[in-house]
Design a protein around this ligand. Structure first.
Ligand code: SF4
Ligand code: SF4
Length: 279
């Protein structure tokens, strides 16, 4: 067993035994050697179920939304991507910092496409750090390569590209459900009377979903890649959100979302007086 995995198990066991956390969220084994699954451990004796290997891929932070008023703190193993997602949720007023105990686990890169462009492997937010972080990889030059490829197309070619892409969307909403930036309590896509997006499977309705999703999260996307990882149709939907991020970078300078919990968003403003009339 790896030393890091052992440290994780010991930390989780202590937190649970001392009553400092009601449960701890991490990764556990599946019956497949090349896959792990998020697990929730309440019993200190169960801490031995946590694993840390190259397949600990799922981003964990969004599970915090399933328990917004916990009796005790929720323990969460936290890498760079989880801490950026937590900043996202804190900034959107979706969770309270005092309700979570963040167990920092500097990441070594996992077997996932999304990790190849990762710029923050080390937690930027934590209550305890389980081992010494190594330097983050240098910023990946290819961050916006796919956007550049799409920008190089003519408007007609782009229309065909996105039209054909969204022809395959089955509107399962997995991309929305996994996304830490898609955290509205009620989603317009589940409403029946919005008037601008039907329930039928058609190119136009699928595209309305895609464009609305992209603008909703575009300036808040932490580039975790979860939306593409879970899409059962393998659709390249980060091409849309990254276009917005690329434009923001070009207009305002170097910019990444989720690096803090206080700075303002570029596109959206939350307003308590918004009556959500269309809902
Ligand atoms: S996960 Fe993929 S198929 Fe499902 S709604 Fe999102 S884009 Fe469409
Ligand atoms: S990469 Fe996808 S899942 Fe992650 S924050 Fe951006 S839109 Fe959401």
């Amino acid at each position: 067993m790896s030393e890091k995995q052992e440290k994780m198990r010991q930390c989780a066991e202590k937190l649970l035994r001392d009553g400092e956390a009601g449960y701890v969220i991490g990764w556990g084994e599946t019956r497949f050697d090349d896959r792990t699954t998020p697990i929730f451990v309440e019993d200190p004796a169960g801490a031995g179920a946590f694993v840390w290997n190259e397949y600990a891929i799922n981003s964990l932070a969004k599970y915090l939304l399933d328990d917004k008023y916990p009796d005790k703190k929720i323990g969460l193993f936290t890498r760079g991507c989880e801490s950026r997602a937590i900043n996202r949720l804190l900034k959107d007023n979706q969770i309270k910092r005092e309700n979570v105990y963040l167990i920092g686990v500097p990441c070594d890169g996992k077997k996932s496409d999304r990790c190849t462009l990762c710029r923050e492997r080390n937690p930027i937010l934590y209550d305890v750090l389980l081992w010494t972080p190594e330097d983050d990889p240098p910023p990946a030059a290819g961050r916006f390569d796919r956007v550049k490829d799409i920008e190089a197309m003519s408007p007609d070619e782009r229309y065909v590209y996105w039209g054909e892409t969204y022809d395959s969307c089955i509107r399962c909403y997995a991309c929305r459900n996994v996304c830490p930036a898609c955290n509205c309590r009620e989603c317009y896509a589940d409403m029946s009377k919005t008037g601008f997006q039907g329930k039928q499977h058609s190119r136009s309705d699928n595209q309305i979903f895609g464009v609305t999703r992209a603008f909703h999260v575009g300036d808040r996307c932490i580039e975790c890649g979860e939306c593409e990882r879970v899409c059962p149709m393998n659709l390249p939907i980060m091409g849309q959100t990254q276009k917005i991020l690329k434009d923001i970078n070009e207009l305002t300078g170097e910019y990444e979302c989720g690096m803090d919990a206080t700075s303002e968003n570029y596109l959206g403003r939350f307003d308590l007086d918004d009556k959500d009339e269309f809902m």
